[in-house]
Design a protein around this ligand. Structure first.
Ligand code: GRF
Length: 212
């Protein structure tokens, strides 16, 4: 049986360890192909990771466009041209506009280092420690117009280390992200993720379709 092709694109701003996990774990497997990596930051280390893997890259910085809407339209056009059927925000440090989301309905996902709806937005790791939580975690969710507010696809708890050391907690969260994000992409590629038609907050996931 021939595998169905599942072209995806990844948006990045920073170091790109989540992009690297996607390159290592799902790119070129199960029909999944990363067809483009776009960044709002010209110097993002993530772009080098993509180039090393032979993946097309592009930069869409705010300064080069009249406003965020124009930037997002240009970025959406590039991603469409490359045939992306799923857009993964992997450390993309900006909100995408409604117009961008309209181009990719229920096809944009994000990874966040907290158990949403707790600790959305920036400094999520530090804020969990400041709050004194005992258990943090990672969420992969569909993106809507809000800040980390879209329907949840997968979550995994990560206990706060006894030392409450921020670097150690961050390391454990990232390790979990690097498992959970590729897993979510793989489940989406397998058609194992479905938004409930009567309650669009609820995402049904057939986790049997993918082993860790
Ligand atoms: C990750 O912690 C992700 O959850 C957050 O931004 C960080 C990106 O890290 N949205 P990297 O660029 O993938 O290394």
């Amino acid at each position: 049986m021939s595998e169905k092709r599942f072209p995806i694109a990844v948006l990045v701003s920073g170091t790109g360890t989540n992009l690297q996990a996607l390159i290592d774990k799902v790119h070129g497997r199960e029909g999944i192909e990363i067809v483009g990596v776009a960044s709002n930051q010209p110097g993002a280390q993530a772009l080098e990771r993509a180039q090393r893997a032979g993946i097309a890259t592009a930069v869409f910085s705010a300064e080069d466009h009249a406003d965020r809407g124009a930037r997002d339209r240009a970025m959406a056009a590039w991603l469409k041209e490359r045939g992306a059927e799923l857009v993964v925000l992997a450390g993309f440090m900006e909100l995408v506009t409604a117009a961008f989301l309209g181009e990719f309905p229920a096809q944009v996902i994000n990874v966040h280092p907290a158990l949403l709806p707790a600790f959305p937005g920036v400094r999520a790791i530090e804020r969990q420690l400041e709050h004194g939580v005992k258990v943090g975690g990672v969420t992969v969710h569909f993106v809507d117009e809000g800040v980390d507010s879209g329907p949840i696809i997968l979550q995994r708890a990560v206990p706060v280390p006894y030392t409450r050391d921020v670097e150690e907690f961050e390391r454990r969260l990232h390790e979990t992200e690097h498992v959970l994000l590729p897993k979510a992409v793989s489940l989406l590629a397998a058609g194992a993720v479905r938004i409930d038609k009567d309650n669009t907050r609820i995402v049904h996931v057939d986790e049997g379709a993918h082993g860790d």
